[in-house]
Design a protein around this ligand. Sequence first.
Ligand code: SI3
Length: 211
Amino acid sequence: MASPKKKLQGLVAATITPMTENGFSLLLNLVPLSDSLFGTVNGTTGEGLSLSVSERRQVAEEWVTQGRNKLDQVVIHVGALSLKESQELAQHAAEIGADGIAVIAPFFLKPWNKDVLINFLKEVAASAPALPFYYYHIPALTGVKIRAEELLDGIQDKIPTFQGLKFSDTDLLDFGQCVDQNHQRQFSLLFGVDEQLLSGLVMGATGAVGR
Ligand SMILES: CC(=O)N[C@@H]([C@@H](O)[C@H](O)[C@H](O)CO)[C@@H](O)CC(=O)C(=O)O
């Protein structure tokens, strides 16, 4: 099982991808990086799904390189519609020394039940077997409504590197049931809706991803 250097908790910055009129730019040195911060790269805020695979690789490399000795952990979002692309990005994240990977559910031809979703995630996780794996639950954007609580049930038997969840949904009942299930606090439960952060923390979120 992958063992993270440090648990992903507290405040995690959803990183931006600097853009110019001509596309994305690699001027990350213009982005202030504070010490002791965690970052998730190529997620919603970083517009990862609007970039090509090659652009995503470059952005990930840049954040990992520039974040070295500045950011506590850099987690790369590697979700994609194509399993192969997702696997390629997961392998790449491992090669460049990222600290973890996160994956959304495929959102065009959607998984129709928990098992189908887990099979997809499992294949991606297996491409980076030494990296902690996080599921990025964001049903409003993916349209995949499989409850996070349902997914968590027994997930480490299927995905040994599973380390937690980024919960970007307003369904606090579902979130509460995730917390209940995580009574040994083995997983990071990161809350992703800034406007409800207080409620998420009161309910037992171990951290938050926001901007
Ligand atoms: C959908 C979205 O953009 N969610 C934001 C929130 O910070 C969001 O902007 C905020 O709650 C405002 O609605 C983050 O959770 C995004 C995020 O985690 C990411 O980019 O990886």
